[in-house]
Design a protein around this ligand. Sequence first.
Ligand SMILES: Cc1cc2nc3c(=O)[nH]c(=O)nc-3n(C[C@H](O)[C@H](O)[C@H](O)COP(=O)(O)O)c2cc1C
Length: 220
Amino acid sequence: MTRVVVVNGSPNADKGNTARLLKPFIEGMREAGAEVRLLYPKRMNIKPCGGTLSCWDKHPGSCGYRDDMQSAYPLLRQAEILVLATPVYIPLPGEMQNFLNRLCPLIDPVREKRRGRTRARFRSNVGIERIALVSTGGWYEKGNFDTVLKVAEEFAETTSVEFAGALLRPHAHVLRPGDPKGDAVLKAANEAGRALVLTGKIPKSLADAVGKPLVSEEEA
Ligand SMILES: Cc1cc2nc3c(=O)[nH]c(=O)nc-3n(C[C@H](O)[C@H](O)[C@H](O)COP(=O)(O)O)c2cc1C
């Protein structure tokens, strides 16, 4: 069975646009047989990384902070797929960045050159093979996701795993309950969740269906 950890870094946790897009996506992954764990950093006690790098040097793989990341680390080590879910906050909410920084103990700082850049990789006891992104933004254009997409792609590159694709939903308020304009988006998100588990990728056609304009720029 494929194990998935979804991290929803929205300060609105399960009440926000990101959660609305994630719901059918997670259902799709479960329908395809995955075991999905959903984490909300907003509801966890997570100290900011202290920057000592002791998880790389003195105590490889281990973080000295005894907070809620200690229960997240085993889940993350056992997962095959990591889904980063976040609203665009020029570029990320603090909760999401904080969580990403605290993933350092899972990373082996091998400092190897790949395609002209110094990179690391996940430690050998971390099962994550691919990373996907689910993101919502309030503004009209898809270009508002450029930085968030780059962050997720860079994270996958630096941990040496495959980037499996992204669902990017602009003017995400159209997903509010009762607005039928969002129905096709939610359906495509469901299919994308299934496809990610069954094929390891989010197909471009489904990413396009999730990201397409649903109102005119004046209406957005
Ligand atoms: C501090 C802050 C910064 C934001 N910056 C952007 C932005 O740069 N581009 C954008 O499209 N939306 C921006 N938004 C809007 C959110 O990304 C959007 O409303 C998102 O769907 C919220 O998701 P949530 O309800 O899950 O928190 C911003 C919102 C906040 C609160």
